[in-house]
Design a protein around this ligand. Structure first.
Ligand SMILES: Nc1ncnc2c1ncn2[C@@H]1O[C@H](COP(=O)(O)OP(=O)(O)O)[C@@H](O)[C@H]1O
Ligand SMILES: [Mg+2]
Length: 313
């Protein structure tokens, strides 16, 4: 209750990049409902330490590309605001950890392996600074595990950047040699017969959509059998609950009826009307409004596992 009082009136601040369709629709939806919670674009121009935050909830759609926002949001979490998504988890996350987590949770995952970096910052002297690393890489051991073809991708990547489907060991080495400072994972290629992408909100609402990654289009209707649909929904739920993301998309490549979790590190998921289509877009607008209004009213913080001292206000 103390936290709720400190933030009255209850405001949701939205932090966005160039996306144009979802943000104004979301803000209109929240304000139209007249619940005592309002939404607006947050305005930031440098932040003092422990600066109070006028927002009870902050929706972050772009801090992966505007790092100052990430710093702002960590301070906002310290002040007691509820940040969607948790900036600490987002900062810590990577695709290799996520593959291990999926496997641990019993969610089917392509066999995945993380590789030592190819290149380093100038301060690293190869003969002195890398004493923990085994050289050279054993490419036979690597490809024995993941098979050929396989997928080489940036452990921290997004938006299909630095994703390579390779068809020979030579091609794998060639791509690896170009990976520079990135941390790459190499993964079994799933030859899929169907593909799903799930919008996952609040760790409870799952919209399972049929998706074609070749054309990057969503279908208005899916064609998954009930048992497969249920497994996709359950697996997506298990992943987002374990990761603690409030908004995320989880992708599955379906091979022989088994959904393999391919990419589920999308903490600023595409919510554009032109890619999702009208019905899926409306679902995102209304469910994000439900979620953020609920979070604003609940007064819960972003994190409760840290010992951060007295609550703001
Ligand atoms: N292991 C895999 N098997 C089959 N296809 C894959 C695999 N990994 C990635 N892809 C394809 O490449 C696309 C981009 O890879 P993804 O892991 O989603 O990277 P990003 O985070 O850049 O979107 C996926 O949507 C999928 O179509
Ligand atoms: Mg992806």
């Amino acid at each position: 209750m103390a936290a709720q009082k400190a933030f009255e009136p209850l405001k949701i601040g939205v932090i966005v990049g160039r996306e144009w369709s979802w943000p104004p629709a979301f803000i209109d939806e929240v304000n139209r409902r007249k619940t005592g919670v309002t939404a607006e674009f947050a305005k930031l121009g440098g932040t003092r330490m422990n600066e109070p935050v006028p927002y009870r909830v902050l929706v972050d759609r772009i801090s992966h590309e505007v790092p100052y926002y990430r710093s702002y949001l960590k301070n906002a979490a310290l002040q007691g605001a509820r940040v969607v998504n948790d900036p600490f988890m987002w900062t810590a996350d990577d695709k290799f950890f996520e593959a291990s987590l999926a496997d641990r949770l019993g969610v089917a995952s392509p066999r995945t392996l993380v590789l030592p970096n190819k290149d380093y910052v100038p301060g690293i002297v190869h003969t002195e600074s890398l004493r923990n690393l085994i050289y050279p890489l054993d490419w036979n051991w690597i490809t024995e595990y993941v098979g050929i073809p396989c997928v080489l991708k940036d452990a921290h990547g997004g938006g299909w950047r630095d994703v390579y489907i390779v068809h020979s060991v030579e091609e794998l080495i060639f791509r690896y040699n170009q990976s520079g400072l990135l941390t790459m994972i190499v993964q079994e290629y799933i030859r899929w017969e169907n593909y799903a992408r799930c919008m996952c909100l609040g760790g409870e609402d799952i919209l399972v959509m049929k998706y074609d990654p070749r054309t990057r289009t969503y279908f208005a209707e899916h064609d998954f059998e009930p048992a497969l649909y249920e497994r996709i929904r359950r697996d997506a739920l298990a992943l987002v609950q374990a990761l603690g993301y409030d908004m995320n998309t989880v992708e599955f490549a379906i091979r022989d009826g088994i959904p393999y979790a391919i990419d589920f590190m999308n903490p600023a998921p595409d919510m554009d009307i032109n890619s999702l289509g009208e019905a899926h877009f409306r679902w995102c607008v209304t469910h994000m409004a439900d979620l953020c209004i609920r979070l604003a009213q609940s007064g819960e913080p972003t994190r409760d596992r840290y010992h951060w001292g007295k609550e703001a206000g």
